[in-house]
Design a protein around this ligand. Structure first.
Ligand SMILES: Cc1cc2nc3c(=O)[nH]c(=O)nc-3n(C[C@H](O)[C@H](O)[C@H](O)COP(=O)(O)OP(=O)(O)OC[C@H]3O[C@@H](n4cnc5c(N)ncnc54)[C@H](O)[C@@H]3O)c2cc1C
Length: 483
């Protein structure tokens, strides 16, 4: 049987693979993205600081500096088109002594070289800008264009938009082998075999392993874990800016920042780890607390709702790898996308899609729609509009997650969109159901029932996340969930 030949196959559905798919869908392209998990954005792209860095930190003339500054500029428009939460809250990189002041002055010149709008603020102004700061905070580099974004919704938004424009997505499918067969790439997964004229390696932590199918990798990915503490939303004014410490050789250090849903994050740590290790431990939490205490006094740890960790994919050359392979033309490595990869994602997606457009001489897709269907947020509707909506469709009045105010109607919508939710975590990432104070203790069962009904599958098959994570695995006294 003749196999379909794709123009492009993307390996990896993190924010980078999904962004490339979105920008490629501006052209007439037969495209397929293959992701091993049950959803896009399940690895590094779902556990990070969520900062749209301004671009003062990367060394000038690096790919990190170029794509960060460009991505930051693009982010506002992209988030409007995709209905993704984004706030330009500004960042303050804080100095505590004269040595830090020197670092801040260096960062200021670096910001200027990178084309970033920045200025140094002194103690009085700094404490007016951020009243919760510790008295020892002496001066800061202020970058007003720094922002915060929802990394979950950005990744999903890119992929949904790509699918709305005809791109295909295969989930739960792991790429196991790749062979170059004449001019074509043969991609062999645990579920099938595909042929493609070009291949994008956007496999994050595993991009060196993916490349080794075709050639000896010229880079190695080193995993470094970052652990976080997450506070509930208790006061929208407690900390308005993203607060960084001065960077050191190993990274940007511990930060405190609001999120787009007005939670607060404290972290990350920076330790060598395995690629799979997303555990957290009490000794790292103590170090985070000790370091964060230098920035803000009396952090309300009674508001902690969870801890989590993400794993950085750090390449050994310390810069993004974004290039076509010389040994295997048509293979595009988009690897080692460490921080500021999230901030850079729209710029990387646009750039890589244009390389492929040139290679394959793709034509413009005249039916391309850059806008994604709106995602309803009850919090921003206002009471009159909400009442009208509930009259028309009572499911929007049936509250499932009370902590984050998410209704049955919204969950049904999230399931039936392109790149829709198929798991409990999928609903959580799209709507925040289960993200609140009770961490899903009250709503998880209801979410499972809605998923089972809408996907027309038995309740016992509903997963929290990937295969093997069935929520209702065992029957217990008195429950009769599987009819
Ligand atoms: C602690 C931490 C803090 C960070 N903070 C920030 C920040 O504030 N701002 C910022 O800009 N950046 C930040 N980053 C960096 C940012 O998160 C990454 O740059 C970005 O998420 C990388 O996306 P990606 O698509 O390359 O990788 P990933 O999100 O890891 O995606 C790769 C995908 O490939 C899939 N895959 C791998 N192998 C296979 C296979 N064989 N078959 C099928 N699929 C496969 C994986 O399942 C995964 O979904 C941070 C990162 C960490 C860890």
């Amino acid at each position: 049987m003749n196999k379909k030949i794709y123009d492009v196959i993307i390996v990896g559905g993190g924010v980078i693979g999904c962004s490339i798919a979105r920008y490629l869908s501006r052209y007439k392209v037969n495209g397929l993205l293959i992701e091993k998990h049950s959803d896009v954005g399940e690895e590094t792209s779902c556990a990070n600081s969520a900062i749209v860095h301004s671009g003062y930190d990367p060394l000038p003339n690096t790919r990190k500096a170029y794509f960060n500054v460009k991505g930051n500029k693009m982010m506002e428009e992209v988030c409007k088109e995709l209905h993704v939460p984004f706030i330009r809250n500004g960042s303050l990189t804080i100095g505590f002594n004269e040595e830090d002041r020197k670092t801040i002055e260096n960062l200021f010149s670096r910001a200027k070289s990178n084309g970033v709008d920045a200025r140094i603020v002194e103690k009085e102004e700094l404490h007016e800008m951020e009243p919760s700061l510790n008295d020892e905070c002496l001066c800061a580099l202020y970058c007003k264009n720094s922002g915060i974004v929802s990394p979950f919704e950005l990744t999903i938004g890119f992929m949904e938009n790509a699918m709305d424009n005809g791109f295909e997505l295969n989930l739960n499918e792991k790429v196991e082998k790749i062979i170059k067969n004449n001019e074509l790439f043969e991609v062999i997964t645990n579920k099938g075999e595909y042929l493609s004229k070009t291949l994008v390696n956007a496999a994050g932590l595993y991009s060196d392993e993916i490349l080794s199918n075709l050639e000896k990798p010229s880079f190695k990915i080193n995993a470094r874990k970052g652990e976080y503490i997450l506070l509930d939303h208790f006061n929208n004014d407690w900390c308005k800016h993203t607060l960084f410490m001065c960077p050191t050789k190993v990274g940007k250090g511990v930060l405190i920042s609001p999120t787009t849903s007005f939670n607060y994050i404290i972290g990350p740590s920076n330790d060598s780890s395995s690629k799979e290790d997303t555990s957290t431990d009490t000794s790292t939490m103590s170090i985070l607390k000790e370091t964060a205490a230098k920035l803000i006094k009396n952090i309300p740890y009674s508001e902690v709702i969870r801890t989590f960790a993400g794993v950085r994919a750090n390449p050994d050359n310390d810069d993004f790898i974004i290039e076509e392979s010389k040994t295997n033309p048509g293979l595009f490595n988009v690897a080692g996308i460490m921080s500021p990869g999230l901030a850079s994602s729209p710029a990387i997606g646009e750039y890589v899609s244009d390389l492929i457009k040139e290679k394959l001489k793709l034509e413009k897709n005249n039916n391309y729609k850059s806008k994604r269907k709106e995602v309803l947020s009850l919090n921003s509707l206002g009471i009159d509009k909400y009442n009208e909506l509930v009259k028309k469709c009572p499911a929007y009045g049936h509250m499932i997650c009370r902590c984050e105010k998410v209704s049955e109607g919204q969950i049904i919508d999230a399931i039936h969109r392109n790149c829709g939710a198929k798991t409990v975590k999928g609903v959580k990432k799209r709507l925040r159901a289960g993200f609140g104070k009770c961490q899903g203790s009250f709503c998880e069962e209801e979410v499972c029932k809605i998923l089972a009904r809408e996907l027309n599958v038995p309740l016992s098959s509903i997963l929290y996340k990937d295969e093997g994570s069935e929520v209702f695995k065992y029957k217990s006294k008195g429950n009769n969930y599987d009819e």
